[in-house]
Design a protein around this ligand. Structure first.
Ligand code: NAP
Length: 262
């Protein structure tokens, strides 16, 4: 029987239609949260929501484009109206974009990656914060990437968006502190999701032999993790125990050691 760590909480998970977001939504729901699942593809969030409801959990599928201010506002309005104040926000929606060198990157593609990965998290946090402050409790988890720390040729937009997301995490932690709002970031490892599949499908002629080999190597050398692994870390960061970690960016590999400390 799953421990009901998130009982009584309302969580909103972006990018919850598949991959890490879907695994996180399922786990938060199993542990007692009422979960709003948000992404652009209605059928995907509806399908994961049905699965959660069938298992006895509370789920609300919502359509959102996190890069669109109006869409984010309506999504939160609906979540509040149906489930109550959102006190757990998982900013997971993300896109790798097409990994090309800067000289070959279209400005629109650069903007799209930053708008989804960075501005999306800003817009969602901005919507969630007043409600969390009024409840005097909140958790925001921003799903980042080790690409924020390790420069890779061809990954300027993605790496820059995630590095900036990490700084947003640190600033939000300072701003949330007076209201018991803990804000953390996660480096989830290399995870077996559509994002990795799409990255493997870019041809070597488009993205270069080096990145192509790297994406295939993740799978061929058994490095891909199940989405349930980062979901465990995200769930942990949504508990009261995570207050001491606010402002930190946590790697998947740190989870067991952190659990041992509490
Ligand atoms: N997989 C990895 O190895 C890995 C490694 C490091 C970090 N990450 C990060 O983990 C997060 C989740 O990725 P994943 O691997 O689970 O990929 P995924 O399976 O492709 O899922 C991405 C999710 O984000 C949603 N999304 C994308 N653009 C959106 C938008 N504009 N508005 C709302 N939702 C949007 C997608 O749904 P729609 O397309 O329907 O909107 C989907 O539900 C991302 O932030 C990614 O950068 C992944």
């Amino acid at each position: 029987m799953e421990e009901r760590l998130h009982a009584g909480r309302v969580a909103l998970v972006t990018g919850a239609g598949r991959g890490i977001g879907a695994a996180t939504a399922r786990l938060l729901a199993r542990r007692g949260a009422a979960v709003a699942l948000a992404a652009r593809t209605e059928e995907e969030v509806a399908s994961v929501s049905r699965e959660i409801s069938a298992a006895g959990g509370i789920a609300l599928p919502l359509r959102v484009d996190v890069a669109d201010e109006g869409s984010v506002a309506s999504c939160f309005e609906e979540a509040r109206a149906q489930l109550g104040e959102v006190t757990i926000l998982v900013n997971n929606a993300g896109t790798p974009g097409v990994p090309l060198p800067v000289a070959a990157t279209e400005p629109d593609e650069w903007r799209r990656v930053l708008e989804v990965n960075l501005t999306g998290a800003f817009l969602c946090a901005r919507e969630a914060l007043p409600g969390m402050a009024s409840e005097n409790w909140g958790r925001i988890v921003n799903v980042s990437s080790a690409a924020a720390r390790h420069p890779m040729a061809g990954m300027a937009a993605y790496g820059t968006s995630k590095a900036a997301l990490d700084q947003l995490t640190r600033v939000l932690a300072l701003e949330g502190e007076p209201y018991n709002i803990a804000v953390t970031g996660v480096y989830p490892g290399v995870v077996d999701t559509r994002m990795q599949e799409e990255s493997r499908n870019f041809g070597p002629d488009l993205i270069g032999k080096q990145l192509h080999r790297m994406f295939h190597g993740y799978r061929d050398y058994g490095m891909l993790r199940a989405p349930e692994e980062p979901a465990e870390l995200i769930s942990y960061l949504c508990t009261p125990a995570a207050a001491r970690l606010s402002g930190h960016i946590i790697r998947l590999e740190q989870l067991e050691a952190l659990k041992g400390e509490t």
